[in-house]
Ligand binder design. Structure first.
Ligand code: OVM
Length: 394
């Protein structure tokens, strides 16, 4: 059977401004669709997305997780040794990185991260009105993450524009991609320098990658590129994860009341906000052989776009999926992906969100929107430019 052909372009500006409006059409058209404007397959139902992520041998990452096929085109930047790698390379680099982003490492940073979350919450609640993106979603990760990696203070604000450009590059070379590159300016050069051993501070996770190289776990060149992964994947993702968590509570005020009564739900509230609005909306895979999905044969060498965010709202899997409900039964969302590539930094993201949310919960009786949220269009991330909120102190 052939896949239904759709004229939906998942990277046009209308789609990116409100992807949820079109996810239903993608899911209902079939388990696999052919997206004419980008000449690629797509899967938007939970079970097919999860199965695709699980089957890393058939749906590979080494040919890139963007629209560009690294087997046919030169990658936009040297490929990530994690995200854009397959086993056995991937398993070696991932194992090394997992030992750095360990439970013990998180336990060690927690007190300082908590102090910074409490101090920030004090300030914002005193203000009462603030921008939950500029003053919280961006501020908090930038207060804790770059120090943990150990990058220079001077210029570190460039990390945001760099990440935006990289996440744009997983899509087509559209106007959003061009604009992102313009705004990034010399950010890529700054990041390249920051990844070098001599620019990383002692005791940071960046230096820890070079120490793994000293032990023979990878080469020095590989270490440099693995530090780049921290810097690419670690900021804009949590920025928008925290932003959407705040948007979720501002949009569903009853959930804040619920959380005030049941504060032990803090961690679940963040998981649910990621299900409700998945920061990383999509990633591609490339088929290494012909594969049949739901009666449709996808030929070898095809790009397949996996709609993580659509899967996370698939009514086949979730009851009342558009509702943000912090006490819904745990379902295993794919907002952090699934399988061998599942987010390396998920514990970091969870820690940031938990500390921010717990700090606000102690101090805030209610949250409401104080203006129209503004979106920032990105080819991969669901991003917010500004989110004016007003809080009522507890
Ligand atoms: C990397 C990388 C870049 C972007 C995203 C990501 C979500 C990883 O350079 O390894 O994971």
């Amino acid at each position: 059977m052939l896949a239904p052909r759709l004229s939906i372009d998942p990277f046009d500006e209308a789609f990116l401004a409100d992807p949820y409006a079109q996810h239903q059409a993608l899911r209902e058209a079939g388990p696999v669709v052919w997206l004419e404007p980008i000449q690629a397959y797509g899967m938007a139902r939970f079970s097919e997305v999860q199965a695709g992520l699980r089957d890393y041998g058939t749906f590979c990452s080494g040919r890139g997780v963007g629209l560009s096929d690294f087997a046919a085109e030169t990658p936009w930047r040297p490929p990530s040794l994690l995200l854009e790698a397959d086993p056995p390379l991937h398993d070696r680099t991932r194992g090394l990185m997992n030992r750095i982003v360990s439970w013990q490492a998180l336990k060690a940073i927690r007190p300082v991260w908590q102090e910074r979350a409490e101090a920030l919450a004090d300030r914002l609640v005193e203000q009462r009105r603030f921008d939950a993106v500029a003053e919280l979603g961006e501020t908090y990760p930038m207060l804790v993450f770059p120090d943990t990696i150990g990058v220079p203070v001077e210029g570190r604000e460039k990390l945001l524009a760099y990440a935006a450009a990289v996440f744009n590059a997983f899509g087509p070379r559209n106007a959003i991609f061009d604009r992102g590159n313009e705004q990034a300016g010399d950010a890529a050069e700054w990041v390249a320098k920051a990844c070098k051993r001599e620019n990383l501070s002692e005791g940071g996770w960046g230096m820890a990658v070079y120490e793994a190289a000293d032990r023979g776990e990878c080469s020095a060149d590989e270490a440099e590129r693995l530090v780049r992964s921290f810097l690419t994947a670690g900021v804009d993702t949590t920025v928008n994860g925290i932003g959407h968590m705040m948007l979720a509570f501002a949009s569903f005020p009853g959930e804040w009341q619920k959380l005030r009564e049941r504060p032990h739900l803090v961690k679940r509230a963040f998981e649910e906000s990621l299900r409700w609005d998945s920061t990383v909306q999509t990633f591609f895979r490339t088929t290494t052989m012909a594969v049949e999905v739901g009666g449709v044969t996808i030929p070898a060498g095809s790009k397949v776009l996996l709609f993580l965010a659509a899967a996370n709202r698939d009514p086949r899997k979730w009851e009342d999926p558009d509702r943000f409900a912090i006490d819904r039964p745990l379902g295993g969302h794919v907002g952090f992906g699934f399988g061998i590539h599942q987010c390396l930094g998920q514990m970091v993201a969870r820690l940031e969100a938990e500390l921010v949310l717990a700090a606000l919960l102690k101090r805030v009786k209610s949250i409401r929107l104080a203006g129209e949220p503004k979106r920032r269009l990105n080819n991969t991330l669901h991003a917010i430019a500004s989110l004016p909120v007003e809080v009522e102190p507890a």
